[in-house]
Design a protein around this ligand. Structure first.
Ligand code: UDP
Ligand code: MG
Length: 316
């Protein structure tokens, strides 16, 4: 069980109770909780400490600051041991009652059993619509089948976990990475309830950024689009040039056309800035990745100070 937590003091005890009830009823396997405290500013860390005192199956990783859910997840994955792991949110939006079903599919040989949501309670129409459009665009521009309406709630075999450990990009779009690694996938359906306590950390601005993240980390189609639009515009400009030259030869020159001139200049300028921005986006990613910084820093693991960070392939 891998659980990233950021300011989840209200949800954690309930999460622990409900989840341990479910896993206590499965005695074929040994379970372990791996909580990642993603720089919470509330009492989350104290609650995790208390849980570990009560239950030795509980492990917790305390990151040195808030790194965001995507990084918190890879931190947890690095520290996981065992044959499989289930990634869950702490707010019980991922019902633990699905765990037995996930495990049974895993036993049948699936490597990645993901929970697909059929409904999203407590979310606005606009949010649903925008996420639907985003998935369609992403699928349209990429060759890898993108899973629709699946979150991070899934069971991963250790083979998948190792694959994820190999991917050390710092700007992570984990949903895309899950699709990228492939392996035998199985989707099970569930209704996603509203979070039980606390507030969601997502707002539209963050979601928009995640969407850009998803697109740019997955495909260079926007760059190709830039080249394509550039070609089309250049071609149209050449045609128009020919028209103007012929017109001037036949009818003689005139200096009218200031409004059309200014609109064309502004339009081309806008298009250029837009694509320059897209290029900057990719250049920025190159810049960020080329620093080869570790993805996260761990302050303590199960209460023990970590001085030497874990490193994978020369990069933490
Ligand atoms: N989370 C995290 N770091 C962050 C933000 C969120 O570890 O910076 C965790 C959070 O504690 C929760 C999960 O990621 O367990 C999902 O967060 P949230 O419920 O806010 O997202 P939503 O369910 O609305 O997508
Ligand atoms: Mg949530």
């Amino acid at each position: 069980m891998l659980v990233p937590c950021y300011n989840e003091e209200a949800a954690l005890p309930v999460f622990y109770d409900r989840t341990s009830k479910v896993i206590n009823s499965i005695n074929r396997y040994e379970f372990q909780f791996v909580f990642v405290n993603d720089g919470s500013t509330d009492d989350t860390l104290r609650i995790l400490k208390e849980l570990r005192e009560r239950d030795t199956r509980v492990c917790y990783i305390d990151l040195s600051r808030n790194f965001g859910k995507e990084i918190a997840m890879i931190a947890g994955i690095d520290y996981l041991s065992g044959d499989a792991a289930i990634i869950m949110d702490a707010d019980l939006q991922d019902p633990p009652e699905l765990i037995p079903e996930m495990i049974s599919y895993w036993e049948q040989g699936y490597d990645d059993v993901c929970a697909k949501r059929t409904s999203r309670e407590g979310e606005t129409f606009f949010k649903k619509w925008s996420s639907h459009m985003f998935y369609r665009i992403l699928q349209g521009v990429s060759n890898i089948p993108i899973q629709k309406d699946v979150g991070d709630f899934r069971l991963l075999d250790k083979q998948c976990l190792e694959a994820l450990r190999l991917m050390r990009e710092s700007q992570r779009y984990t949903k895309g990475l899950f699709s990228w690694i492939g392996f035998n996938k199985k989707e099970i359906l569930f209704e996603r309830p509203a979070r039980i306590a606390g507030k969601t950390k997502w707002n539209y601005w963050k979601l928009l950024n995640l969407a850009i993240e998803g697109l740019t980390s997955f495909t260079i189609a926007p760059l190709r689009l830039a080249a394509f639009v550039g070609c089309v515009l250049a071609f149209l400009a050449m045609m128009y040039m020919a028209v103007i030259i012929i017109k001037t030869i036949i009818y003689g020159g005139d200096v009218a056309g200031y409004p059309s001139l200014i609109t064309v200049i502004l339009f081309i300028g806008g298009v250029q800035l837009f694509f320059l921005g897209i290029m900057g986006e990719y250049l920025g990613r190159v810049f960020n990745e080329s620093k080869f910084r570790p993805l996260y820093l761990v302050k303590t693991y199960n209460g023990q100070r970590i001085v030497r960070q874990k490193f994978y392939g020369g990069r933490g």
